[in-house]
Each structure stands twice: as C-alpha cells, then as structure tokens.
Design a protein around this ligand. Structure first.
Ligand SMILES: Nc1ncnc2c1ncn2[C@@H]1O[C@H](COP(=O)(O)OP(=O)(O)OP(=O)(O)O)[C@@H](O)[C@H]1O
Length: 566
C-alpha cells in the first residue's frame, strides 16, 4: 500500500486485449458466427463434391477452423477445446488440430481487473487487500489470476473473470442455438447427429466454468475427498472474497508438474510424483466418482516438499463410484483381459450404455486392453481405434458419454505428463500403490476375501495360460466371435455396393432425361415452338448438372471403397 492508502498498480508489460469487453451488437456477432459456419459448410460441401476428402485436406480445413475460433474469442475457444476431446463426434484431423488450440488470449488490464473486483465485492480494492500485483500470474480465455495479500497477512490468488464474458456467452449460445435449429430444419442430414443434445451438453459444461462459486464448492469437495492424503494440497477458498466472477484462493506456489529439470534440481523424486499422481487420479475416478476432467500440466504442480498441488476445479466430471471389492475385481479383469467383466463395470459407472448389439463396444474394450495393458497409453493408438469406430459407424453416428471421453483424454494427458517425467514408466506398475492402499488400509474382511480370491484366480489363470499357438488360435476365435468381423464387414460392403447401384441408376435416369429433353428441344427449335425449346434446353442443362453430381458421387464412393479395401 502506498502512503495515500491506495494500492499502486504497476502497468503490465504484457500485450493487452484490445477487445477486453467483448461488446458486440447481436447483429454483428450473428454475422461473424454465421459467416464462419457457412464458409465451413461450403468448404465441406466443396470437398465432398470434388472427392477431395484426404487427411491432408481435412487438416487444412481444421487449421482454418482453429484460426477462426481464435478470432471469435473465448466462447469458441472453449467450445473448440471441449470438442478436441470428442473423437466420437468429429474427424480425427479436427481433434488433432483443435487440441493445439490454446488460450492465446491477451490478458486484460489490471485497471479492468480491479474494476471487476470492486464491483463484485462492493468495496474499494485497498480495503480488501494490502497488496495486489498488477501483472497477472496467468491469463486464459475465461479469466486471469493475480497474486495479492490480505490485510491479515495471508498470501492469496485472485481469479478474475474476463469483463463482459457472461454477456458474450449468453449472446453466443443464443446464436449457436439459432444455428442448430436452422441446421436441423434445412439440413435434414444433420439430424442424425442430434445437434440439440450436443449443444445442451456444451452449454452446461461451459456455463459451469464461468461460475466461480461453483468452482469454489468443487475445490471444497475435492479437498474433503483428499483430507487423509497428507501429500495432496488443495488451496483453501476465501469465501468472503469470492463471488460468481471473483475467486480468492490461498496462494500455494509450486513447480509445474511436467517440469522435470526443475523437479530434479529440487531433489524431488519424479517416480514418486508419478505414483502419487496416478494414485490421486484413480482415487478421484474410482473411489470418489468426482474427477478433474482436464488435468493439463497447468492444473497441477509439485511443492518443494514433493506434495502434489491441484489448481482449477472449473471442469469437474462425475461418475458413479464403484465399491472397493468391485474395483479389485475390475483391476484383475484388466490384468486377465476379461472384456466382459470390464464392460460390466463400465456399464455400472454409467460410462457405457447397454445396447442390443454390444459388439462394437466389446471390440473397443478388447482393443484397449490389448493395446494399453502393458504398454504406455499412446494417443495414436486411440486414434486408430476411433478410426475403426468411424468406419463402422459411417451411417450410424456413435456417441460416447462425455465422461468416457473425459477419462480417455485425462488418461492420455496424465500419461504424457508421466512420460515427460520418466520415459520408462508403466501405468499398471504405477497403479499398484493405489490398489495396496485400498486393500490394506480399510481392512474389510469382505474386501480382503475378494482380493485373496481374485489373486488365487489370477495365479490359476497364469498357470493355465495356453501355448503361443493355442493363444493365436484362441485370439482368432475370439476375434471372430467378438467382432463377427466377416459378417459385419460384409454387411458394410453390401451397403456400400447398394449405394453404388443406387448412384448408377440415378446417373442412368439423368442421362436419359438429359438426352430426351435435349432432342425434344432441338426438334422444337426448328419448328415454331422456340420458347418451349429454350425452356427444354434449360431443363436439359439441369439434368446434366445432376448427372455430373451423381457421377462425382460415384467416383468418390469408388475412391472410398479403394481406401477401405487397402
Ligand atoms: N492457489 C494458487 N496458488 C498459486 N498459483 C495458482 C493458484 N491458483 C492458480 N495458480 C496459477 O495460475 C494458473 C492458472 O490457474 P487456473 O488453472 O485456476 O486458471 P484458469 O483461468 O482456469 O486457467 P485454464 O482454464 O487455462 O486452466 C495455474 O497454472 C497456476 O500457475
């Protein structure tokens, strides 16, 4: 505080947002959003028409979209980031490009930050804080974090929402809803994607993120869940300095969790950090059913004493927690690659919906168990899996519950962090302490019984492991049984063949119509009906165009078939 009792605000050197308030007229904003949507649709239509649907082209289009989302600002940056976890909704190339979409939004000025604090807390800044650092510790698309000190001497961080953000969200979501309704009305092909449900999902998700009271409550719940873990730190919330747009938290500094050189220089055992990180995540997911759905490296840090600090509780997800003996059973089911048991647990947790034909889900879980059990999780392998799903569900879109996609994304992110710390690490080995912890700290007879039984079964299973030849025959057998590969592929093949026949017949009809109208027009032209002849010429032109479109579709279909057969 300076002599006049006012806090001096140093000017920040960081570039500041020119459009800090995001005030647009509804008309201008509608124009901006609709322009991007229409251009994207036209690009996609053009690619489809010209058969230019290569992965390179999709990357090009996705890069263009990322640029536009950045220009459209916070709402769209957040939607893009949320979409980047949805390999079940959008093509892989878009997933890859959108996952590079960072909150590269310049910070807003400290004067604006102070104005928000004073308006929200209803008091001048100097009565609230003894010190307030004008240069933010971090700035993202939704808000920025400033360090401050209370009059009682405690160091805190103040997270301030970007001015005008809520109004922008309201306007953008209203316009997006309008777009969804228009799409459903005029583009019937879009209906099968159930855009309304996707819109609702994103709407709820993003509105939660701009309510800091909600975030503070999440932080309290998370801290309570980890109260017996003395190596986990969750900053306290200062509720008297918190509103929907201002969140004041205890200042808990740390080293960024993936910063291996600094961790090693501070003599922190990185293997220990990995084990603790995995244990914390498994606990969140399995024991509490309440987990951080976006555990990126900025949301976790390590204290000088090796404790893990969690920041940011804006995006928490919930699943049904499972009983501990079920957890042990599932753990062994993963070890034994028992697809059915794993699926039963996923259904119970609400992560998979039981449907009549569980074949694709079984294939997916089987693939995951094969791919990831003993190896590091590789995003590319997940992409390969999504590729298979895309192929199978070309005609019938397949949606995973959002929680499942959060878990997959979280696991791949955590895996990336763990590998940055120790390239040799193994997920299952790192998960052992968690299992031991639940088995031996609770001392429940029931649980120990399950553990003993499962261990005995597992040893028996290991002893009865078939030879390599038997194993490959079994695998072939189970693949046939699981995927009913031949039957399904043939059914897709026959659907594609049917589509080609339809296109062939269409082309034939258009050829006949074009030929017939052209001849009729030529005959009438030499007679007295010149005006009718002109109309018929125009009509034959139209048939030619439709013929051209159907031939292009046919060529496109041929190309797709060739790619699939490769
Ligand atoms: N309690 C805290 N103590 C110390 N530093 C903190 C604290 N909370 C946040 N930070 C710092 O601020 C950064 C951003 O915080 P946080 O993730 O909560 O903000 P955000 O606006 O939600 O960002 P994003 O959306 O990118 O995750 C953290 O990475 C951390 O460096």
């Amino acid at each position: 505080m300076n002599q006049q009792g006012k806090i001096m605000l140093k000017k920040t050197n960081l570039p500041q947002s020119s459009k800090a308030n995001y005030r647009y007229s509804p008309f201008t904003r509608q124009l901006m959003i609709f322009q991007v949507a229409i251009r994207l649709l036209l690009f996609l239509w053009q690619d489809r028409l010209t058969g230019n649907n290569s992965s390179r082209q999709r990357h090009r289009r996705a890069k263009w979209l990322v640029k536009k989302l950045l220009i459209l600002g916070p709402t769209f940056i957040k939607i893009g980031q949320a979409l980047s976890t949805r390999a079940d909704l959008i093509p892989l190339e878009y997933v890859q490009e959108l996952s590079l979409l960072q909150d590269r939004v310049p910070p807003f000025s400290s004067e604006l930050a102070v104005a928000v604090i004073e308006a929200e807390l209803g008091k001048p800044l100097y009565t609230l804080f003894r010190d307030f650092e004008s240069i933010p510790l971090a700035a993202a698309s939704l808000g920025q974090v400033h360090k401050a000190r209370l009059h009682t001497g405690e160091d805190v961080v103040v997270k301030i929402q970007r001015p005008g953000l809520e109004a922008l969200f309201n306007l953008d979501f209203e316009l997006l809803h309008r777009l969804v309704r228009l799409g459903n009305r005029f583009l019937p092909k879009l209906r099968k994607y159930n855009l309304e449900a996707i819109y609702q999902e994103f709407f709820e998700l993003l509105y939660q993120e701009i309510d800091y009271i909600h975030e503070g409550k999440n932080a309290d719940r998370f801290r309570e869940n980890f109260r017996t873990y003395n190596r986990v730190l969750v900053p306290q919330v200062y509720w008297e300095y918190t509103t929907k747009k201002v969140l004041t938290l205890e200042y808990v500094p740390g080293i960024k969790i993936d910063d291996r050189p600094t961790l090693e220089a501070s003599q922190i055992n990185t293997k220990d950090v990995i084990q603790l990180g995995i244990t914390c995540y498994l606990k969140q997911l399995l024991e509490d059913g309440f987990f951080q759905s976006d555990p990126h490296p900025g949301n976790m840090a390590v204290s000088r004493r090796g404790e893990i600090i969690f920041y940011d509780f804006g995006t928490m997800a919930e699943v049904k927690a499972i009983a501990q003996d079920q957890m042990v059973k599932t753990f062994f089911a993963v070890l034994k690659k028992d697809t059915d048991e794993v699926i039963q647990t996923l259904i119970y947790m609400g992560l998979i919906e039981p449907v009549a034909d569980m074949t694709p889900i079984k294939r997916m879980v089987n693939f995951l168990l094969e791919e990831f059990r003993d190896k590091p999780i590789d995003v590319r392998a997940f992409e390969q899996l999504s590729g298979e799903i895309y192929l199978m569900f070309e005609q019938q879109p397949f949606r995973l519950p959002p929680q499942m996609t959060f878990i997959i994304k979280s696991l791949t992110t955590l895996d990336g962090i763990a590998r940055a710390l120790d390239p040799q690490y193994n997920l299952l080995a790192a998960a052992q302490p968690f299992l031991k912890n639940i088995a031996f700290t609770q001392q429940q007879g029931n649980l120990l019984g399950t553990l003993a039984k499962q261990t005995k079964n597992f040893i028996q299973y290991k002893l009865n492991q078939p030879s390599r030849t038997e194993l490959s025959i079994n695998r072939l057998e189970s693949r046939l049984e699981l995927g009913e590969l031949q039957v399904r592929v043939r059914s897709l093949e026959s659907e594609r063949a049917l589509k080609k026949i339809q296109l062939g017949i269409k082309s034939l009809i258009y050829t006949c119509l074009a030929g017939f109208t052209l001849i009729a027009a030529a005959i009438l032209l030499v007679g007295t009906y010149k005006q009718v002849a002109l109309i018929l010429f125009g009509l034959s032109g139209l048939w030619f165009l439709l013929l051209l479109k159907s031939l292009i579709n046919l060529a496109f279909q041929e190309k797709v078939d060739k790619i699939i057969q490769k």
